[in-house]
Design a protein around this ligand. Sequence first.
Ligand code: SAM
Length: 244
Amino acid sequence: MSMEKVVKPYGSEGSKKEQVRTMFDNVAGRYDFLNRLLSMGVDISWRKRLIKEMKQYQPAHIMDMATGTADLAVMAAKSFPEARITGIDLSPNMVSLAKEKVDRAGLNDRVEIRVGDSEQIQSEADFFDGAMVAFGVRNFEDLEKGLQEMHRVLRPGQPLMILEFSKPTIFPVKQVFNLYFRLVLPIIGKLFSKDKKAYTYLYESVQAFPDYDALKLVMEKVGFKKCRWHALTFGICCLYIGEK
Ligand SMILES: C[S@@+](CC[C@H](N)C(=O)[O-])C[C@H]1O[C@@H](n2cnc3c(N)ncnc32)[C@H](O)[C@@H]1O
């Protein structure tokens, strides 16, 4: 078990994993809408950056962990017309929406979505040519275990790419970000989603999460090589890359 502070959506009752599953089941219907609204569309550019970095590895089969409503999985399938994508997520409601999205995009033949746990991946070792996870690792119950699993299922030399919120350090981005994330975002989240806690959890979980070099260290600890990170949008988000 890794040592990071455990922040759970609904307090002490029940495991983080159960609470995270419940929370995403609750917000699933409004998830895409709120993502676009709260990030003002910038989240799309972050996913595009990940795909751009993935291109150099020419992946034939990519695993998208914590795929949510499959935004990244669909973007990857469109960007790599020959590739297969497997997306897994804990939340059955997110998975149903993801499947509908894949269906609407006509990508059923190359994109498979299923309920699954990133900390216990149903796959043989050395199988995928790329692994990616957008805004998922912060929600893992055991970060190290999740990263170890991604390492296990990747073929040697192939990349893991992680997008995650980080804490900006520069003035005045840090101050504006804190105000927005701590005060504005929970109010909008509460208004539009059916879950009062979800967007408070978002702020608290970002605060507790190891970012920049701290996450790079955890990636190295579980065996990833050539680990590096790129700060995006003044350090609000960060793209982490490591190779098996
Ligand atoms: C903030 S959403 C991100 C979804 C998507 N990747 C995106 O970029 O929009 C986080 C997702 O992680 C999923 N999740 C959390 N822990 C997980 C785990 N251990 N295994 C698989 N999915 C998990 C949640 O169910 C949720 O759908």
